[in-house]
Design a protein around this ligand. Structure first.
Ligand SMILES: Nc1ncnc2c1ncn2[C@@H]1O[C@H](COP(=O)(O)OP(=O)(O)OP(=O)(O)O)[C@@H](O)[C@H]1O
Ligand SMILES: [Mg+2]
Length: 525
């Protein structure tokens, strides 16, 4: 059970939510929804005690599992350890025990070691490794990876290890911030089943409608500067929210109409003999005064990518017998393929099979181990990496505006502001520090930079992660409209089917090229 008591959070004059009181009950699975930047991650951080609310208090159970997002901090650690760290109390005494064994034995140390053994027993520490291994295998991370360091396994696996960390130690409440972002459809299925059997309190943030519909029993939606909880799944919430909003709008309209009739009467007879009737109408106007409907913060960005006057040559990429790996077996083996000018290629397939590796080869982040890659004549590539931090360094103290200006020499301030406006950084939002930007806002900033720079080839790796529904649909429009060449990897079937006219499939047996849309590919399979 997690209880919010009159929680308010504001950054400066921007109110995210005001005086919210609510109890999240055991056995219920709450989806926390709302557009990018509405305050979902902020609310989770308040619940965890990582940041303070402006006012109000939170009560929560002793064992809370959290999906962390700061992968960088774990890169040097061993995979099994990262999972076991999910139980902070247990991890703390493991460390303490190691330290104590290093020292010379005294009575005090002996007593403390005894206490530690008790805590380890209480926390089921003797089965810790076995339990951690079970979770990892459930997440599709085989035993050969368990003793590696985090940086030795692919990025999507690293995220899954963090998910295991959150689930470790049988937490009474589970807080997950966009857990499906780095999962393929198969792992999402696994997670859905796992969560449906979870008996504690679950709060999960997601922009993935299918996932929310499969998992949640309630939706807590952040909008109108408050949080409203609806029973049911995402589609139920959407229907109820729209109906309530339409009623409120209709109500407010009819009040306005009534008021304008009454005003007309007052204006006509105010100076005349019907004083008492005028008075009663003035009272009526006061009573009817429509409440200002708070504005929804759902907004749609406007996304168009321009192609410079110089087009690329006809062949944009030509790969011949390319191998690429990271030490062990090559992930990409003997790949040959050509990508032509104007192709819009959707890259699909389960995680861990090399989609990101292929995109990094094309974007020239990596070189091939063997084989050749020819880059076409006059190709200008713009790359959206899966990990935003590769591009936006949040440790640098600068604003979104400054970051964007630095993307290209000779930009005018008004050009930067205009693109920012299209990407929903209007007014003062242009001068937010990049460190403060939410996941979706960071993705929008990267897309804004792609609208400002010259390119005739766009490579995007899971661009829809973090983005809300409005932004994903605007992105699909922008890409379908682009006159250059597109290579986009995504698990979002709607996005791929709207954008792609050719498909690269990463199957278990290898990489296949299909000349047609996703629908055509799925039909012939
Ligand atoms: N320290 C800060 N100073 C100013 N504004 C901040 C700060 N931290 C967060 N914000 C702003 O508060 C808003 C809420 O951020 P939060 O990360 O909670 O959004 P979110 O709902 O999780 O969005 P997303 O769906 O993109 O993950 C954002 O507009 C963000 O820029
Ligand atoms: Mg967030």
């Amino acid at each position: 059970m997690i209880t919010l008591n009159e929680i308010t959070k504001a950054f400066g004059i921007r109110v995210l939510f005001e005086k919210v009181s609510f109890t999240f009950n055991d056995g219920n699975r709450y989806g926390l929804t709302g557009p990018n930047g509405c305050g979902k991650s902020t609310l989770l951080k308040i619940i965890m005690g990582m940041i303070d609310p402006t006012s109000g208090t939170v009560t929560l159970p002793a064992r809370v599992g959290i999906l962390r997002q700061n992968i960088e901090d774990y890169l040097a650690m061993n995979v099994l350890d990262v999972v076991i760290m999910g139980n902070e109390r247990l991890w703390g005494v493991f460390k303490e025990r190691d330290d104590l064994y290093e020292q010379e034995m005294t009575d005090d140390i002996g007593i403390r070691l005894g206490e530690i053994e008790e805590i380890i027993a209480e926390e089921d520490g003797y089965s810790a490794e076995a339990n951690a291994e079970k979770l990892l295998i459930g997440m599709g991370i085989g035993g050969e990876h368990h003793t590696l360091a985090m940086h030795q396994i692919p990025l999507d696996m690293q995220f899954r290890v963090l998910l295991c960390q959150a689930l470790f130690g049988d937490p009474q409440a589970l807080l997950l911030d966009e857990p499906t972002n780095h999962l393929d459809l198969e792992s999402i299925g696994w997670l859905e089943n796992f969560l449906k059997n979870y008996r504690g309190t679950l709060i999960v943030v997601s922009h993935d409608r299918h996932f929310l519909n499969a998992v949640t029993t309630h939706i807590a939606d952040i909008d109108y500067e408050t949080i409203i909880v609806y029973p049911g799944n995402y589609d139920d919430m959407f229907e109820a929210k729209t109906a309530v909003r339409e009623r409120a709008e209709a109500d407010s309209k009819s009040k306005e109409k009534k008021i304008s009739q009454l005003r007309e009467f007052v204006a006509r007879f105010g100076a005349g003999t019907r004083a008492s009737q005028v008075q009663s109408r003035l009272r009526e106007i006061d009573r009817l005064q429509p409440q200002d409907l708070k504005k929804s913060n759902i907004q749609r960005p406007y996304l168009r990518f321009n192609v410079p006057t110089k087009p690329s040559g006809k062949i944009v990429f030509k790969l011949e017998n390319v191998d690429k790996g990271y030490g062990g077996d090559p992930i990409i083996k003997n790949l040959s393929l050509e990508i032509h000018k104007g192709d819009r290629i959707g890259v699909i397939g389960n995680n861990g099979r090399g989609k990101t590796t292929l995109l990094k080869l094309l974007a020239q982040v990596h070189a091939a181990d063997s084989g050749t890659i020819e880059f076409g004549h006059q190709s200008m590539i713009s790359y959206f990496p899966q990990n935003h931090n590769d591009l936006v360094d949040k440790s640098v103290d600068e604003t979104g505006f400054e970051w964007l200006r630095g993307r290209r020499a000779g930009l005018y301030d008004q050009d930067v502001r205009s693109v920012m406006g299209k990407m929903l950084f209007g007014g003062d939002d242009a001068f937010k520090k990049i460190a403060a930007l939410s996941g979706g806002e960071t993705a929008r900033l990267i897309l804004a930079s792609m609208m400002l720079t010259d390119h005739n080839v766009i490579i995007l790796d899971e661009p829809n992660n973090h983005l809300d529904l409005e932004a994903v649909s605007a992105l699909a429009y922008g890409l379908a409209d682009y006159k250059g060449t597109v290579v986009v990897a995504s698990h979002d079937r709607d996005l791929i089917s709207q954008v792609a006219n050719k498909i690269i499939v990463f199957e278990e047996k290898g990489i296949k090229f299909y000349d047609g849309t996703l629908e055509e590919y799925l039909k012939q399979r």
